[in-house]
Design a binder for this molecule. Structure first.
Ligand code: MD6
Ligand code: FE
Length: 222
């Protein structure tokens, strides 16, 4: 009886925590055997992208320089400047296309989406956010993408942060979700347009990434 109950536990994989309808946290998923990818491969591929398209702090349409530094890979990259928020194929700093999305990134995003119930996710954009201690992301909705039927896959690396997960109105109460190295948030469906943000990062140090948190957000933007 006991054996019958537990026989599937080996393939259940990392803990799945529901945040809301269509939104889950997959604890440690990026580093798990579900993905089967070495952490080193992911971090090496990240380093290559950043070498080709360095992190930069962009300006909001309102004229504020963001505390989070960003870059992108894939066919489309998210940018902001005085002209507004948008996706574009050209890195405004270099005038060239964004670096190609590494195979390791595509695989991780597709597997995490499938694990959360979104089969066949093929992102064309990966926004890479770099938070230093004290950096934060104000409450916002992700609504620059063409098709809100597509989920977003968000991978946390480096030092921990508290993710704020609100409702459909800016003023709605927010859940506080601690995110650690390797955690993946997948959200879509009814949660796709919920407000969210990241609290100012507390002092900490990660063995490989130092005093930074890196967040990869994968989208089908175009
Ligand atoms: C971050 N994430 O975790 C910021 N957006 O650094 C986001 O803004 C985000 O994690 C949409 C879906 C998942 C996310
Ligand atoms: Fe967002």
């Amino acid at each position: 009886m006991t054996l019958e109950l537990f026989k599937d536990m080996g393939r259940v994989g990392p803990e799945v925590q529901e945040l809301g309808e269509g939104a889950v946290v997959l604890r440690g998923f990026a580093l798990s055997s579900d993905v089967g990818m070495a952490e080193e491969v992911l971090l090496e591929d990240l380093a290559a992208v950043v070498a080709a398209a360095p992190f930069r702090r962009m300006m909001t349409p309102g004229g504020h320089v963001m505390s989070v530094a960003m870059t992108n890979c894939g066919a489309l990259g998210w940018v902001t400047d005085r002209g507004g928020y948008r996706y574009q194929g050209i890195d405004p700093e270099s005038g060239r296309a964004w670096p190609e999305m590494p195979a390791s990134f595509l695989e991780l995003a597709a597997k995490a989406a499938a694990r959360a119930g979104y089969e066949g996710f093929v992102p064309d954009a990966c926004l890479i956010n770099r938070y230093e201690v004290g950096a934060k992301m104000s409450l916002h909705q992700d609504k620059n993408e063409r098709d809100f039927g597509q989920p977003i896959v968000s991978v946390s690396l480096g030092i921990g942060a508290v993710f704020l997960f609100g409702g459909m109105e800016r003023s709605d109460a927010q859940q506080r979700v601690p995110l650690q190295h390797g955690d993946v948030v997948v959200w879509g469906g009814k949660s796709r347009l919920r407000y969210h943000g990241v609290l100012a990062l507390k002092e900490a140090e990660h063995a490989v990434l130092g005093r930074y948190r890196i967040n990869l957000t994968f989208r089908k933007a175009g």
